[in-house]
Design a protein around this ligand. Structure first.
Ligand code: ATP
Ligand code: 3PG
Length: 408
């Protein structure tokens, strides 16, 4: 159980500073609506309904990156989800922001400007240093309490995440609370039956970290995606072909093949690899090939095959808990969604404790009209999810625990 306080304990009529994670894909300069808005809107709605004055902080991108931009568009999308106006001020702790904060009435919502535009937010430093920034020292006295809902950014030791909990009584919002409980389960909870971990996606290091940390707690790893192909390559199959202009496989192979080979050796009896893979044939249709019959590295494989899904289904059906990280194929293209959707459907059909994670992978649930309620939890976190799965502490969660309001 977490040792932080939740918004259930927030004193009535508070003026609250709420850290959300609205970091989103940006297209043509505009933020794209996604699950993060919907989830955080629930926390905001609850705070509003309780009559608190709600001022939100969030980030978008990083200085120097294309997706580093203002949050004015985010305020519009958040307003649609909350179902009421969300005012926006293009300032974080200067005079304009302070004036806007002072104008917030009970039940109203204000979003401040991208917190990463503000000096003191970055880089990652210890909570004491962050609490001592001008940013935190200026804003904190304007509020009665701090609420952290930004679970998906909780691995970052930034001022808005670890500084405020030292300066104000701190509470967890609903997203923080539910993500924490579900994602920590694999590292801390005892399950009676089989624990299965489905790992895919594009990042070999994610899969390596998970296996390194959870090798003893997971009974069966089912592999797919780019990571799965790298393990197939370690098993001697000539797969992992980079399409022109892409560098998904060879570079990761160079950097990680030693670790992948030794993981395969150490946990080989618990690792199940794809037996067939899918590709785009000359007509542009989905073709499938048995892994055993692949003789040369000359085709880009974009999904696991149907036989593989059929082999994974009974393992999932027979599990007490299933955790998924990363897609098994390029599910954004319907022709290559068979692996990801097949595994998600198998998870949805069982009564086991099931958690789906990875910012991108969770998107497949909406895209293919699966019902979120058929899973115990669908995480909206990427890096924080991996860290939670592997039992690594999250800086913002630790800060929340330290900042927990004390009984007088
Ligand atoms: N064989 C493959 N070739 C190329 N891309 C693939 C393949 N298999 C899966 N993918 C891609 O992997 C992506 C998901 O990978 P990623 O590692 O980003 O996982 P995630 O856990 O969902 O996201 P994140 O951790 O970044 O939030 C999907 O967008 C999918 O297109
Ligand atoms: O989108 C995310 O994963 C979080 O908001 C963290 O963002 P960052 O990787 O830019 O710190």
């Amino acid at each position: 159980m977490a040792r932080f306080e939740t918004i259930d304990a927030l004193p009535a009529d508070s003026c609250v500073l709420v850290r959300l994670d609205l970091n989103s894909p940006i297209e043509d300069g505009e933020p794209q609506d996604n699950e993060r808005f919907a989830r955080h809107a629930e926390t905001v709605r609850e705070l509003v309904a309780a009559g608190h004055r709600v001022v939100c902080l969030a980030h978008q991108g990083r200085p120097g990156n294309d997706d580093f931009t203002t949050l004015s568009g985010h305020a519009r999308i958040l307003a649609e989800h909350v179902g009421r106006e969300v005012a926006f001020v293009p300032d974080t702790y200067g005079p304009e922001a302070i004036e806007a904060i002072e104008d917030v009435e009970p039940g109203e919502v204000l979003l401040l400007e991208n917190v990463r535009m503000c000096e003191g937010e970055l880089p990652e430093e210890d909570p004491e240093t962050k609490a001592d920034t001008e940013f935190v020292r200026t804003l904190a006295p304007r509020f009665d309490a701090y609420v952290c809902d930004a679970y998906s950014a909780a691995h970052r030791s930034h001022a808005s995440l670890v500084g405020f909990p030292l300066a104000l009584p701190a509470y967890a919002g609903r997203v923080m609370e539910t993500e924490y409980e579900a994602n920590t389960a694999i590292a801390t909870r005892e399950f009676d039956g089989r624990v299965t971990m489905v790992v895919g996606g594009t990042k070999a290091t994610d899969v390596i970290d998970v296996m390194d940390a959870l090798g003893d707690r997971v009974d069966r790893f089912l592999l797919g995606g780019v990571a799965g192909e790298l393990f197939l390559r370690a098993a001697g199959h000539p797969v992992g072909y980079d399409l022109e202009g892409m560098d998904r496989f060879d570079d990761q192979w160079e950097r990680n093949h030693g670790t992948i080979e030794s993981l395969l050796e150490e946990y080989g009896d618990r690792i199940t690899l794809a037996v067939d893979l899918a590709y785009e044939d000359a007509e542009g249709d989905r073709g499938e090939v048995a892994v055993e019959s692949i003789a040369e590295k000359e085709t880009a494989y974009l999904d696991v095959g149907t036989e593989t899904v059929m082999a994974y289904e009974p393992v999932i059906a027979d599990s007490e808990a299933v955790f998924l990280k990363g897609a098994l194929g390029v599910f954004e293209d319907e022709r290559f969604a068979v692996g990801t959707v097949g595994v998600l459907e198998a998870m949805a059909e069982t009564d086991c404790f099931s958690v789906v994670g990875g910012g991108d992978t969770a998107r497949a649930i909406r895209l293919y009209d699966l019902d979120e309620d058929d899973f115990s939890h669908v995480s909206i976190a990427g890096g924080a999810y991996i860290r939670a799965l592997t039992g690594e502490p999250l800086a913002a969660v630790e800060a929340l625990e330290r900042g927990r309001p004390r009984e007088e």
